[in-house]
Design a protein around this ligand. Structure first.
Ligand SMILES: Cc1ncc(COP(=O)(O)O)c(C=O)c1O
Length: 427
């Protein structure tokens, strides 16, 4: 048969494009995907493109300062990773990941959190988002109830929804998740014979609120979770980025390792493009979660590189510099806002992490401010982007100070102050 004959006629290869063009592609997706709003966690919840002639300053990116990326050291680490005599870095590495890197993480956790753990308490993943995805794949069935803070990291909400979980939210305040509300919610759900599988929390330097869960509430959370046999999922993307003192003791350490799954990542402390994170839990849970890993593991080459990078205390030195830098950046944006925009907004200064959670005063509306911000060439996400139902009081915005340069932080605050004055009718 010639190629021409194979493509000709009704039902031939020529029809393929037409047949697919007529199909509603959405029908192919599972219900979770069909219901998913467009966008990704990495679009930073920003508004429509800038309406200004000058380049927009983004206060949206919760990612490391580009000037700090340790390019030379990573290159050196990569060279050393590839210099090994066997093919280990360039061969499939298995579902759980490179043992020496997991052992190095275990050493750090043992040192920093005071609970002795080993390599088998860790599984390497595609960032902490990949860690959460794998945990959800292993543990959740459609319709399972997951407790989440409100507000919370919008990327995780997408993951939970994608797995068909029913998200029940618990409010936050300046001490983290409101455990009194958690207890009531758990009791209500139990009385309705609904079991909660996971309680998702960002206990350290919360995204978007910047706060830490207090020690007392950590203990409360663990007590409530254990009483209802619900696992705690502690998303610890920012715990190492503290400005004065480390956050309160880790949930996993307080629980002696039981009933808590922690996820962590090199994204915020080194670079988001590395895409290596981890699940930390008791070995029997790691084993269970790894069963649902079908992607042949993530890159052994990057695991070897990171292992090399971690040698000789490089990460600790880098972290020291990052803590000082982000503290300084926070001072710049917070100081500028107090000086220029105090009549219009209020915030609590975080002690770590990347985010300032700002409450607008006197009925100023966040959506209007975002619009005025776009006209002034400054962009930031609305508080509503971080709520499971997309609804908040309409009076909050999140400002990230990690990625933006120091000069732009000051200029961004000036533009935001002008936008506030316009929305308030003072200009
Ligand atoms: C709280 C939290 N968890 C997880 C992630 C995902 O990070 P990654 O997958 O890059 O480790 C982010 C990123 O913004 C985050 O803020």
């Amino acid at each position: 048969m010639t190629a021409q004959r194979a493509t000709a006629g009704e039902g031939g290869l020529d029809d393929i494009a037409r047949l697919w063009a007529e199909r509603d592609i959405k029908e192919l997706a599972n219900p979770g995907v069909r219901a998913m709003p467009l966008g990704t966690a990495t679009d930073w919840g920003l508004s429509a493109p800038s309406e200004s002639a000058i380049p927009t300053i983004s206060l949206g990116g919760g990612i490391p300062d580009p000037a700090t990326l340790p390019r030379a050291e990573l290159l050196d680490a990569m060279r050393r990773a590839l210099a090994v005599s066997d093919d280990g870095p360039l061969r499939y590495g298995g579902a759980i990941g490179y043992v020496p890197l997991r052992a190095a993480l275990a050493e750090r956790y043992t040192r920093d959190r005071g609970l002795p753990v080993q390599a088998d308490h860790f599984m390497l993943t595609n960032g902490s988002a990949g860690a959460i995805e794998t945990i959800c794949a292993a543990l959740l069935e459609p319709g399972d109830v997951v407790i989440s803070e409100a507000p919370t990291f919008s990327g995780s909400l997408r993951t939970l929804r994608g797995r068909g979980a029913e998200i029940v939210s618990v409010p936050m305040d300046e001490h983290g998740m409101r455990t009194d509300a958690l207890e009531q919610t758990m009791q209500r759900l139990a009385s309705e014979h609904r079991t909660v599988k996971l309680i998702y929390t960002i206990a350290n330097f919360h995204n978007p609120m910047g706060v830490c869960l207090s020690l007392e509430r950590r203990q409360e959370l663990l007590r409530i979770a254990a009483a209802h046999r619900a696992l705690v999922l502690d998303d610890d993307a920012y715990g190492d980025i503290y400005f004065d003192a480390p956050p309160p003791p880790a949930l996993s350490a307080l629980a002696g390792g039981y009933g808590v799954i922690t996820v962590g990542s090199f994204s915020k402390v080194i670079a988001t493009g590395i895409r290596v994170g981890w699940v930390h839990a008791r070995p029997e849970l790691i084993e269970l979660i790894a069963r649902m890993r079908f992607d042949m593991g993530n890159s052994p080459l990057l695991h070897h590189m990171l292992y090399q990078y971690l040698q000789g205390g490089r990460l600790d030195e880098h972290l020291k510099r990052m803590r000082a830098l982000y503290r300084e950046k926070l001072e710049i944006i917070a100081g500028s806002l107090v000086e220029l925009a105090e009549p219009y907004l209020a915030f609590q200064r975080p002690h770590g992490g990347f985010f300032l959670w700002v409450r607008l005063r006197d009925g100023l509306r966040a959506a209007e401010l975002q619009q005025a911000g776009a006209e002034e060439a400054v962009a930031f996400p609305l508080g509503a982007a971080f709520y499971p139902d997309g609804r908040d009081d309409g009076e909050h915005i999140r400002l990230a100070y990690s990625w933006t340069s120091k000069d732009d932080l000051r200029a961004g605050a000036e533009r935001l102050a002008r936008a506030c004055a316009r929305v308030a009718g003072d200009q």
